[in-house]
Design a protein around this ligand. Structure first.
Ligand code: MN
Length: 163
């Protein structure tokens, strides 16, 4: 089973780093407003650099990378890749290249199916949209990224790490 993590990164601009294990690395998107369980919420997700798998448990200060800041593990768990075309499963690395990923998360806060779709807009065409699919785990009107601040691993908030 592959791994996912969402790290709340309070830096020059607050964002959430969504990282999905694909082909041995953590493929990463910066999501300014964070993931939502509301199927009507379309969240901008900017594709950023891959990270090593061992970054998934990282919490702490981030000097240098994108300005000084702090990182907590906002959610983590497993991801099951679910992209298919004409009923045939598409390997996630291929789906990534094609600009459309469908996957199911099993985390502490996030669960159910999500889709990531490249828009072709933004700098270098790195803009994608993250959407919750309308399934059993959908929670219309709920914005967990706004209401839940602590780490699912340690309970610490970003502010706790500043001192
Ligand atoms: Mn970041």
């Amino acid at each position: 089973m592959a791994l996912f993590v969402v790290q709340r990164h309070d830096a020059t601009r607050l964002h959430f780093d969504l990282r999905l294990e694909i082909a041995g690395v953590l493929v990463s998107w910066a999501v300014p407003k964070g993931p939502s369980l509301d199927p009507r919420a379309k969240r901008l997700a900017v594709l950023t650099e891959d990270h090593d798998l061992d970054h998934a448990g990282f919490e702490g200060r981030t000097p240098g990378t994108g300005g000084p800041g702090t990182v907590i593990v906002w959610d983590t768990g497993t991801v099951e890749h679910r992209t298919s075309k004409g009923g045939v499963p598409v390997p996630p690395a291929q789906a990534l290249g094609a600009g459309h990923l469908r996957f199911e998360l099993r985390g502490h806060r996030l669960s159910g199916e999500f889709a990531l779709t490249r828009t072709g807009l933004g700098r270098d065409g790195r803009s994608w949209l993250l959407v919750k699919l309308d399934d059993h785990a959908a929670l219309p009107g709920i914005d967990l990224a706004a209401s839940e601040l602590g780490s699912v691993l340690t309970g610490r908030t970003n502010s706790d790490l500043e001192t």
